[in-house]
Design a protein around this ligand. Structure first.
Ligand SMILES: *Cc1c(COP(=O)(O)O)cnc(C)c1O
Length: 495
């Protein structure tokens, strides 16, 4: 299977090269030339097997230049007991007959980014061998909080790689910051950027497309790659857990094979919900994709009107990993919905760069209305959902998951749809202790890692092992920079 750029179909490459590059030179996203199809027989064959095997089977459909044995080894390494605190890896928790929650935060950094970032370094490492690349890959990451830590954790001390993470100085939680600045590993670096996530992401994108920077780094023996969800190696491992969740529901007698489900996904960069879309397009029985946003409701408006308009205030919220106004992965959806029309995608993206907005064609609008439903939830709604789930359902959820939970209820009220729905839980509540504590009626004392104990004594819910271990850890990184200084930080890091 070949991979194409969403902005230029004549760019063709194998998946190993696509994973190595991260982003196409023309700024487009590297995307499979077609979407493999699965049927009931395929799904049935996955019902009785472990997560690791499901991952190898599903990923094998797309990564035809990797062997299934290779992929199985990677999956065993990525999702084994040393990394994940449950054998199920991505367990589904049933709340009532029609409501299930897919928990994606049982990995080493307690957020769903681990699902992909425990896998990507292995895919990349193997890709370097497959393509005969002898330069060192430098992974540049812009993070709204969770990606940076998960990427460093995945890439720490992986040979022939270095990783440099930029995070918005005032846009991440104290626990998230503590996780990043204490990261171990000889090949890692972290820098706070004065600005918000979009500033950090724009900086990284600019560096990627800077030809002079590329040359300088090549002379020093480096090339740049990406661990952001623009990298196909990030999206694909996420397709797996939607299929896996479906198989779990069938295995446990909660769903009949072939019966449809909805997925409700808390969304920022449109990566996680794009993975759900691919699962649907592959043939997984999915009715609706419910796209849940926080106060940064640019996607809600887009799904309702077909107009994407980033010219609006940016809100810092208690679900910071979704504080995003430019959802990069939407470009892959537009590519698919336009019938892989690269010229059409290019014109939308040019208009986004020049005017900060674009309006899609009528046929894309119709497809969006049929397959998606968009909703958003403000800060009070997020806190209400946490309180409601904790006090009435005995389930403690984080702020991002709460946005999904709230929007799922909005969807049900607005449409009357009774299709069983899986909402996605993307982080442990312990990553956002202050907001979670306040929402369930507690009074947070302080704002650092000491809140882990406070939330634990209030709820009795166990603290994830790695988060508990943060308390004694020494800070290793103190660097910060202005937006314009990011280039310099990269050049210093890659001396
Ligand atoms: C990254 C993240 C999201 C948003 O995921 P996208 O792939 O960017 O849509 C939601 N919740 C949490 C906890 C995250 O870390």
């Amino acid at each position: 299977m070949k991979y194409l750029s969403t902005r230029d179909r004549s760019v063709h490459m194998e998946s190993a090269q696509a994973i190595e590059m991260g982003l196409s030179r023309d700024g487009g996203l590297l995307t499979p030339e077609r979407i493999p199809q699965i049927d009931q027989t395929f799904l049935e064959s996955l019902v009785g097997v472990r997560y690791q095997e499901r991952a190898a089977r599903v990923m094998g459909l797309y990564l035809t230049d990797y062997t299934e044995a290779e992929l199985l080894t990677f999956a065993e390494n990525a999702y084994g007991p040393e990394k994940f605190d449950t054998e199920a890896v991505a367990p589904v928790r049933t709340l009532d007959d029609a409501t299930h929650c897919l928990e994606l935060w049982h990995g080493p950094t307690s957020a769903f980014k681990d699902m992909a970032l425990q896998m990507l370094p292995q895919l990349l490492s193997a890709a370097l061998k497959k393509t005969g690349e002898d330069k060192t890959a430098c992974i540049l990451v812009a993070t709204s909080g969770d990606t940076g830590k998960a990427a460093m954790e995945g890439f720490a001390d992986v040979p022939q790689t270095k990783i440099l993470v930029f995070y918005p100085k005032d846009g991440v939680s104290k626990v998230q910051e503590a996780q990043m600045v204490t990261q171990e590993g000889k090949n890692v670096g972290v820098c706070a950027v004065v600005g918000n996530f979009d500033d950090a992401q724009a900086g990284v994108k600019r560096i990627f497309s800077d030809e002079k920077m590329r040359q300088t780094l090549a002379e020093r023996g480096y090339f740049l790659s990406s661990a952001n969800s623009i990298n196909w190696g990030r999206i694909l491992p996420q397709v797996v857990y939607y299929i896996s969740a479906y198989c779990d529901l069938v295995r446990d007698g909660k769903l009949n094979m072939g019966e449809k489900v909805n997925f409700c996904v808390p969304t920022g960069n449109f990566g996680d919900i794009l993975a759900a879309y691919y699962a649907k397009r592959m043939g997984l029985p999915v009715e609706r994709l419910i796209c849940a946003s926080n106060r940064n409701d640019v996607l809600t408006d887009f799904l309702r009107t077909g107009i994407y308009d980033r010219n609006r205030p940016f809100h810092t919220t208690m679900s910071p990993s979704m504080d995003i106004l430019v959802s990069s992965n939407l470009e892959r959806l537009l590519f698919d919905l336009s019938g892989e029309n690269d010229a059409e995608v290019r014109s939308y993206m040019e208009s986004l760069t020049k005017e900060g907005r674009y309006e899609v064609s009528d046929s894309i609008k119709a497809a969006l209305r049929e397959q998606y439903w968009g909703g958003f939830c403000d800060e009070a709604g997020t806190a209400d959902a946490i309180a409601d789930f904790y006090h009435h359902k005995g389930y403690l959820i984080d702020t991002h998951t709460a946005v999904a939970a709230h929007v799922m209820e909005q969807y049900r009220a607005a449409t009357g749809d009774r299709t069983p729905t899986v909402f996605v839980s993307t982080a442990s509540p312990y990553k956002f202790c202050n907001h979670v504590l306040a929402a369930i009626g507690g009074t947070p004392k302080g704002d650092g890692v000491e809140l882990l104990d406070q939330l634990h004594s209030a709820t009795g819910v166990p603290v994830p092992r790695r988060l508990a271990a943060l308390k004694g850890k020494e800070r290793r990184f103190h660097l910060d920079c202005e937006k314009a200084g990011m280039d310099g930080v990269v050049l210093d890091f890659l001396r």
